[in-house]
Structure formats: C-alpha cells, structure tokens
Write a protein that binds this ligand. Structure first.
Ligand SMILES: [Mn+2]
Length: 289
C-alpha cells in the first residue's frame, strides 16, 4: 500500500509552483505519493513537467491528481452538446495528468462541486453519467489511469453521498478505469459504518482519503481507525491512502471550498513542526495497517 500527502498541507493554496520541492519533502516525511490539483497541468510548460518527473524519479514519489468540477466539466448535463464537451474536457485532463506520469485522477469528477441547482434530477443525472463515464473510462484505459469518483457529504454534492451509491454507478458503468475515492471525512457524515463502506466499494476502491474529523492529519480520536485500517486489509487494498489535511486559513484552500475559518495548526508552527506532525500521523496509521 502506498501513502500520499496532498500538496495543500504545506501551502495555503490548492496549487503551487514548487512541486519538485514538495516531492522531496513528501519522501522525507515518508510518503510515496504527492497529490496535486490538476488545473495548472493543463497548460504547464514542458520544462516544469520535466522537473516534476525528474523529482518523482529521484525520490521515488508518484503524482496523483485531483479536482472538483464546475458546470462546464459536468458529465451529467442534460444538453447532449454540453455533455459531449464535458467528455472532451475530461479527456484533456487525462492527457494533462499523464504528462506528469499520474495514473490517477480523483475528486468530484462526475458532476459539479457545491452546486445544488438540480437535486431533484438525481436519478436522471446518474443515468446520464453512465454513458459519459463509459467513454471517459475507455479513454482513461488507453492511458492506464484510474478515474476515481469521490463520494462526498451532502453539503458538497447530491449524486454520490455513500459508497453504495458509487458502487452501484460503477457497476452500471462497468469499466476497470472508473473507480471510487472514499474519504473518511465525508464518510463520517454519511455512512452508517466506515468499515462496511470500504467493503462495499471493494475492488472498485481506487483511492482513499484520510483525515481527522476536523480535517487535521489523522490522529487518535473518536474515529474508528482500527476498523477502517482492518477493512482496507480485508479487501486487500493495495493502492493509495492519501492524507488530505485542510488546516490553514487565508489561502485558496480555506476560501475556495475548504471552508477553514480557524487556524488548525499549533500556534507558531514552523516548517519542521508541520513535518513532525505529519510523520507522527503517518506512523499512527502505519501502526494499524
Ligand atoms: Mn477528499
């Protein structure tokens, strides 16, 4: 099993221009994967792509990409032309992610993040998602990429709130490249049983996000960590567990969807303390997995 860290833990922003340094830092803290937002990859200069790939090779770190879609990218739109356009945008993302060697694209990559214009159309939109995702899955297959649909809580989307809903959609799509991202933070709100949710996703579990209930890095508390880790072992999960801490105020993470309204790090935390927190957190999870 691989362990990943989302770039935004070290930045206040979803994206940055210092990925090679972050790759080195991820390895230094014991991580195998650096997860980055996909936006800049779409038109990134080849020089930067080459530097990222060189750092990945040097430090034996893999890049995972993630993101949350807007209306233009929504694969469930009713207008066929708009839907076809969204599918083409999805293919562009797959190509962009592949440029930095990423074999995963995860997030709210099926409909829209935090848009609730049409919640009563849920069934229809899930049906419209199927042929779109089949086409995206076929294209992803050509690039060896897993398109991991994130199951999120009711305040961020209305199509996939539980592992069961995502598993049902995966079954209909029936593509080995269309899979599920479960996130313990969202599951804590929506699932009856976090371990069962992992088993429900089963072989379609393509990625797993971990954080504490308040989105600090994983640490002892009231979440059923042992049960969750055991469930990952029970399904022979061999992909990646990424930490996705959203802990800092004032940047695009806080103000652009992460809703961080208070500083979640110890007062005066410096770079060393940030890394020490992360290393302790990783050791806590590795002790159970
Ligand atoms: Mn997540």
């Amino acid at each position: 099993m691989k362990f990943g860290i989302c770039y935004c833990y070290w930045s206040k922003d979803w994206e940055g221009t210092d990925y090679p340094q972050a790759i080195a830092r991820a390895r230094k803290c014991g991580f195998d994967v650096l997860e980055i937002f996909y936006g800049r990859l779409l038109d990134m200069a080849q020089k930067e792509v080459d530097e990222i790939k060189a750092a990945c090779k040097e430090y034996d770190v893999e890049i995972y990409c993630c993101g949350g879609f807007d209306k233009e990218h929504d694969l469930t739109q009713k207008d066929p032309a708009a839907r076809a356009h969204a599918i083409e945008k999805a293919k562009e993302i797959i190509k962009a992610a592949s440029r930095v060697g990423s074999r995963n694209f995860s997030g709210i990559n099926y409909s829209q993040w935090c848009n609730f214009d049409n919640p009563l159309d849920k069934e229809e939109r899930l049906s419209l998602a199927v042929p779109s995702l089949q086409e995206v899955g076929k294209f992803a297959g050509d690039y060896g990429l897993s398109w991991n649909m994130e199951v999120v809580n009711r305040f961020e989307n209305y199509l996939l709130n539980t592992a069961k809903e995502a598993a049902d959609l995966c079954k209909e799509v029936n593509s080995p490249n269309i899979n599920i991202l479960l996130d313990i933070f969202h599951g804590m709100i929506e699932e009856d049983d976090l371990a069962e949710a992992i088993k429900t996703a089963g072989d379609h579990l393509g990625h797993y996000h971990m954080g504490s209930n308040n989105r600090r890095p994983p640490r002892p508390g009231f979440l059923p960590w042992k049960d969750v880790c055991q469930a990952l072992k029970d399904i022979n999960y061999d992909r990646c567990v990424s930490f996705e801490p959203l802990v800092r105020t004032g940047g695009t993470v806080a103000l652009g969807g992460g809703n961080v309204w208070r500083e979640m790090l110890p007062q005066g935390a410096d770079d060393k303390m940030l890394d020490d927190i992360l290393i302790e957190s990783l050791n806590f999870i590795k002790g159970m997995i």
